[in-house]
Design a binder for this molecule. Sequence first.
Ligand SMILES: [Zn+2]
Length: 503
Amino acid sequence: MIRVKSCAYIGIRAFEVNIEVDRSSGLPQLITVGLPDASVREAKERIRTAIKNSGFEIPPEKITINLAPADIKKEGATFDLPMALGILAANELIPASIFEKYFFCGELALDGSLRPFQGSLILTSHFPQSSFVLPEGCAMEAAWAKKAAIFSVRTLKEVVDFLNGKTVIEPLNPDPEAFLKESPIYPDFAEVRGQNHVKRALEIAASGRHHILLVGPPGSGKTMISKRLPSILPPPSWDEMIDLTKIKSVSEQHDGGLVLQRPFRSPHHTSSAIALTGGGSSARPGEVSLAHLGALFLDELPEFKRDVLESLRAPMEDGQITVSRAKNQITYPAHFLLIAAMNPCPCGYLGEPTRRCRCALNQIQKYQNKISGPILDRIDLQIEVPRVGSEFLTKDTHHAESSEVIRARVIRAQTIQMKRNKGKLNAQLTPNEIRKWAWPDPNGLALMETAMKNLRLSARAYFKILKIARTIADLEAEEKVAKKHVAEAIQYRGLDRMSLRAG
Ligand SMILES: [Zn+2]
């Protein structure tokens, strides 16, 4: 019996598939076992034609092909190539012993050429130290898994010649440096006129990975500022770039390049829950996974449907999302920094000195209540963004701090946190860990008690303020959380105060 190695993936998890080919006397026919999916059954005709058009023959006997393991649903056409190779080996056109050396994946066109498929990097990064023979169109992406050897091929004929030693193919060796030079650049904070307290809040959010809500009237520049958040996040590590590329490669047609930047996703408020969380018939990753390791921006937060906001609860809690498809449960990572924006009231002008808010009190409460509960509970920072006149952006960037300078502080603060918190950023701290690592000094504690009474803060808000204060102290590289850190942290509970004002 001939055995050809292949592999496949569910979600972003890869597994090995073995194609076993057996030749026996009997009526000439091709029998497939372990192929419940209709698209793989169709493969038989495609493979037969591709072999013929490549100038080879199928042995005139009974050929049985089995795909193992049987219990995993195997779909798609990427088993075409290993199945065809198994048949050719059964006809003694390829020495079967060579199959041990490589994984083979690829869809065959009728003329014998090979078609690329999505998610090749998921396969190659799962089997390091292995060799793969893959269609040219997806070989480059696959080769970002540096430890695997990738052989790029165009046709079935080329693969057969390669395996028989008639053609020499060198493994790909892509240069990430070349891509890094082309790295896209996010807009810079130096271009933002004024709004220093908003920039400061975003610096804190980026440092501790605290979810943040910006509240301000129309035209205050909330979106313009939010778009600059990725520019102060630390650059992704190599492993993070691989993870980002894997998600991208199963989400949409992908150019094969490495994803070099943290993502910034901004789904519209009319988006469905499936668009945000993923799943549906294709089981593709949703916006929360496409924002993995980057930022998810939700503008006009109260305009999102209730069930959509509810669907964010699990990923915000667990950093991942599980979607169902047929009998499979697919889990995608979804560790994002949420940045949300909203008007303070339906008309937008509550608290504005220059314009009068025309909303009734119950309208304001109804509007703010839309985001209460699941989302607001998980947002650490809330900040008011006032209007600053008509010009938000300035070409005179000499006086404002650049994103690069802010990012250096963010990186330093994160390094301190990761070391002290044993691999966690401050937003993830549990109440016990807050008591251990973020407890303020006596003066800070006294201020907390006063704030609790005067602002009528909940216990939940209490711990959020301490987490924020911890991040502020980390930005200054101070070991102990002091009164000044607590005092600043209290300012970032804007909505609590606003609700009080409205009430
Ligand atoms: Zn209003």
